[in-house]
Design a protein around this ligand. Sequence first.
Ligand code: AVI
Length: 316
Amino acid sequence: MNQIIDTTSPTDNFLRDVQHGLSQSQKTLPCKYLYDERGSELFDAICETGEYYPTRTELDIMQRNAESISYQIGTRVMLVEYGSGSSIKTRILLDALDSPVAYVPVDISEDHLLRTAAELQATYPDTEILPVVADFTQPFSLPRSDQAYSHVALYFPGSTIGNFTPAAAGDLLKNMSSMLGPQGGLLIGIDLQKDVSTIEAAYNDKSGITAEFNLNLLARINAELSGDFRLDNFRHRAVYNPKEHRIEISLVSQCDQSVRIGSTTFRFDQDEAILTEYSHKYTIDDFAEFASQFGFSLHKHWTDDDGYFGVMHLVL
Ligand code: AVI
């Protein structure tokens, strides 16, 4: 197993991004920073909560349609997964695909990625596992595999595309389309529009894990950037915006307060919110139309019986 650190992908500048985000009139923190070691663990725990339907629904769609999905993807592929995390759904694909030549998990969280890649290599000795440590929102180079593959299949599960603004999602689809050669395709998970109470419950689990996940971002700033956020002075909030078809997740200041990060002080009014994440919900048709602006056309899609989640295969 070769590990590739993509040096063409610019390294994050956590301090610069935090200072920039907290200096805006609507304070924001980029959601990609939610996923440090602890944040990734908490996200895995969110996926296990009763309220958070996307993970188990997508898993179920993948399990029930593994054969048909793999048939659409084709044989002898290089499977490239964006933001692979624990690669649970990938195992379903790797089990069902006909002779996958290589699997390229791409993730920013190096330790998690390399651990998972080593486990996968042990389970799938005939498929070359080529982990790439990179920020997949930036263009990166595909690794070379020892054996020839017939085409590239991009896999972007988890409805992570929903965490991007439409402009950023468009940039990502543009990068993806330039990475795909002839016959290539994109298999993508999309969280679908549904009743607001189901969506809001998924981001406000009763056990408080999503709240802890959100607040962990402040703990991370304290630990890594010498911040002095008092976590109990902020409250998790997740509300659906029906006009924009998205959950808006924020941390709300519980009092007037100042917070120091390094040598800079930021003021927070009581009830002022730091926006930490959007999670957009689409319809199959809306997403297909959106992706068509970047050269993709919908080839086939699969959903669950309730129509909660969609797995779409898009081709160029
Ligand atoms: C990773 N992403 C698809 C999750 C979502 O549902 O938007 C992130 C998340 N944030 C809070 N809960 C889950």
